[in-house]
Design a protein around this ligand. Sequence first.
Ligand code: ADP
Length: 182
Amino acid sequence: MTMLRRRVGGAELEVIVADITTLGVDAIVNAANTSLLGGGGVDGAIHRAAGPDLVAECRMLHGCKTGDAKITRGYRLKAAHVIHTVGPIWNGGTLGEDDLLVSCYRRSMELCGKHRLTSVAFPAISTGVYRFPAERAADIAVRTTIEMLPQAPSVARVVFCCFSEPGASLHSEALVRHSGPC
Ligand code: ADP
């Protein structure tokens, strides 16, 4: 379900409520953990939908640092690629959590630019078991993605794929705040 769509520069930014594993975009972003070998939440759902070849490719990447991102193929997913990024675990906000979450969106958008991807879908990284406050995370997600658009000129469509309506409302408010007048 689409909650909001806004044009920013040359790109269309959308907030939707959906299961990210069902989306036919160039890349879906995975909120992974440092092992890259699968976990719960959106990570588990992506690995289940992609099939066992995904974890086999991930094994060759030897993990990923918090705030960094790595790209693989999408295997059985409709999405051609998966960008695996590792969000910070929320610890009260004094351990650089904001900067690390910014880095997740930056590094993911850099990979989109490098691989000339045209569409990308993000889940609400770190807002599940990693407990990052949802409103603060939505603001960082939308603001950072918009800031990165000039460095990923191939990207014509960005989807903020939320798993709940309250989550989508927070992203919609952030998109209105950061996209300027219509
Ligand atoms: P993290 O460990 O980074 O917190 P989680 O997977 O626990 O990652 O949660 C991140 C966000 O992804 C949460 O907002 C959660 O509701 C959402 N989520 C879980 N499954 C899906 C899915 N299939 N599609 C989209 N979002 C999902």
